[in-house]
Write a new protein. Structure first.
Length: 322
């Protein structure tokens, strides 16, 4: 157990290093994954672990796919860095332990295990919500093998979209999303949980920004430059938006003017995602699977007005009309 704690702390150190050495990060995430697989004894090829759970509000991905999220190394790095900073900020401001609610932990609670190895249980307490019973079972095994029970208030096998919060929560963390917020239930989960929290609670991610843009698919992804040209901001999905959102309204419902003089050098209309995990910890365009462009349609041959709606339901996503 001590060996595993030392290993997790070293992983935390690499993640927290401000200078990014990509190769070192890659090796470290590989080591992290190996440790998680060893502790949980998950068989990634097992068909039972590959079953998604489809609800009326999006898909909860199967245990294998949730386990594999660790492979998205910039995502994992940035979320863990944001979580460390948020806990530090809360510890500065309050007496006693910081209580984190983790909605959609997967089988490993990947985004928080390095924190549990670093803080004491007097500093950090954790409630976990996970809809997939298979993932919950593996998570309990990991927690027990690491001797982390003392950090756990509860591991709850319930739907975060309808869950009623019973405790005073300082930080909410949830990464239940795909690029452009399609398919998975990040939006309904945050709408339910954030509206039950006080304004002082920290939300991770702090803001998911969606922009409509032209893309030239033939230019490489450098994160900047003329692969994209932004047309309009579609959404800042943050605490303020959630608190002011009326459930009868669509999350996005916008009319946007497209002009062929602007789109000449481009061939697709896309939704771009960038994620402010917490404060200056960002995941920018194309840095992660969560921030690759979502292609809506080819650029039009004539000037036109596009109506774009983001609609919740079984498959959260876009309705585009002109
Ligand atoms: C994208 S995975 C992320 C796993 C892990 N947090 C990580 O970052 O590596 C999302 C997880 O959220 C869970 N989930 C999806 N919808 C949920 C819901 N409505 N309530 C609770 N958990 C949910 C899925 O089962 C899955 O384990």
């Amino acid at each position: 157990m001590d060996k595993h704690l030392t290993q997790l702390r070293k992983i935390a150190e690499v993640i927290l290093a401000d200078e990014l050495d990509y190769q070192v990060l890659l090796n470290t995430m590989e080591e992290y994954k190996t440790l998680l697989l060893e502790l949980s004894t998950i068989e990634l090829e097992d068909i039972a672990n590959r079953k998604n759970i489809q609800s009326g509000n999006g898909v909860a991905i199967g245990t294998t796919w949730a386990a594999r999220c660790v492979d998205d190394i910039m995502r994992t790095r940035q979320f863990i860095r944001g979580a460390f900073k948020a806990v530090d900020d809360k510890l500065d401001k309050k007496e006693g332990a910081v209580h984190v609610l983790y909605a959609g932990s997967g089988p490993f609670a990947t985004l928080l295990l390095p924190l549990l190895a670093t803080y004491s249980d007097h500093q950090l307490q954790l409630t976990v919500l996970e809809i997939n019973p298979g993932s919950v079972a593996f998570l309990k095994k990991v927690v027990s093998k690491l001797g982390f029970e003392k950090y756990i208030v509860k591991i709850i096998n319930e739907d975060a979209i309808s869950y009623k919060i019973k405790d005073a929560i300082d930080i909410l963390i949830s990464e239940t999303m795909q690029h452009a917020l399609v398919k998975e239930p990040q939006v309904p989960i945050m709408l339910n949980l954030v509206n039950q929290l006080p304004p002082s609670a920290i939300i991770i991610p702090e803001c998911i920004k969606l922009e409509l843009a032209y893309m030239n698919i033939n230019r490489i992804a450098t994160g900047t430059g003329d692969r994209y040209k932004t047309i309009n901001t579609l959404l800042h999905f943050n605490q303020s938006f959630i608190n002011h959102h009326h459930p009868s309204k669509n999350i996005i419902d916008k009319s946007v003017e497209l002009s062929i003089s602007d789109s000449k050098a481009f061939n697709k209309i896309v939704v771009l995602t960038s994620i402010q995990v917490y404060q200056n910890e960002w995941i920018k365009y194309d840095e992660s699977g969560l921030t690759i462009p979502k292609i809506l349609r080819p650029t039009p041959a004539t000037d036109q007005t596009l109506n774009i709606k983001y609609v919740l339901g079984e498959i959260p996503g876009y309705e585009v009309a002109n």
